[in-house]
Design a protein around this ligand. Structure first.
Ligand SMILES: [Fe+2]
Length: 230
């Protein structure tokens, strides 16, 4: 399994300066919440990275491209960490309108953050910027459709949705593999059909077992369970 590299994982560390003059108790709470958020974000990033790597290999892309996809998978949601303080304390599954607005900014925030830190090429950052675009043009931030969406973003879109469905969430249990694939078929308009067909092949291949095991390990982590009791 691909696990990222120090440069990319370092982006998930806590940014002390962002919290200003909070008192010690509040800071401790924020630190705990932030480190749980980072851990979940890294687990999710590693899963998307490995799915992306498998899918791009299955599609026959060269090694260089496949490794760019793996790296993009690790950091695709890095923009979410910058808005996570706005989402702390959220216990229900339904996001409020203003939260949805912020969440929808995360691809742009991620792109800007990587640019500021001088990470990746422009092509690499564009994969992150467009990872929520849908094939039919109904996604965000730019509502682009079809082949106008970068290839890497089309790959990550599929992997990201699958990773989310098979993972435990504070507000719902994980879906199993078959239920997840059925839900994705219902929403297939969002995906590049050829890429989705290739994804179906890898998910049902024998070689997928290490990824299934990784998903199981992530779902059994204590913090995921403790959040679900809230
Ligand atoms: Fe995302």
């Amino acid at each position: 399994m691909y696990r990222g590299n120090a440069e990319l994982l370092g982006l998930f560390s806590i940014d002390e300066t962002a919290w200003g003059n909070v008192d010690a108790e509040a800071k401790e709470e924020l630190e705990m919440a932030a480190s749980e958020d980072s851990e979940e974000a890294i687990d999710h990033g590693i899963l998307v990275a490995n799915l992306g790597l498998r899918l791009s290999e299955e599609l026959g892309f060269d090694n260089n491209f496949c490794s760019e996809i793996a790296k993009a998978g690790i950091v695709h949601d890095i923009g979410k960490l910058q808005i996570s303080s706005l989402l702390y304390g959220r216990k229900e599954g339904v996001l409020r309108i203003e939260e949805i607005k912020y969440v929808r900014r995360h691809p742009t925030l991620g792109y800007n953050y990587l640019k500021e830190k001088n990470i990746g090429t422009e092509d690499f950052r564009n994969i992150i910027l467009h990872h929520h675009e849908n094939y039919d043009g109904s996604g965000y931030p730019d509502n682009i459709k079809g082949d106008l969406i970068p290839v890497g973003s089309r790959i990550l879109r599929i992997c990201d949705v699958y990773a989310a469905l098979v993972s435990e969430r504070p507000y719902r249990a994980a879906f199993d593999k078959n239920a997840s694939m059925e839900l994705m078929i219902d929403e297939v308009k969002n995906f590049d059909m050829n890429f989705f067909l290739a994804f179906m092949r890898i998910v049902h291949a024998d070689g997928f077992k290490d990824i299934d095991d990784y998903i199981k390990r992530c779902n059994s982590k204590v913090h995921v369970k403790s959040k679900r009791k809230l």
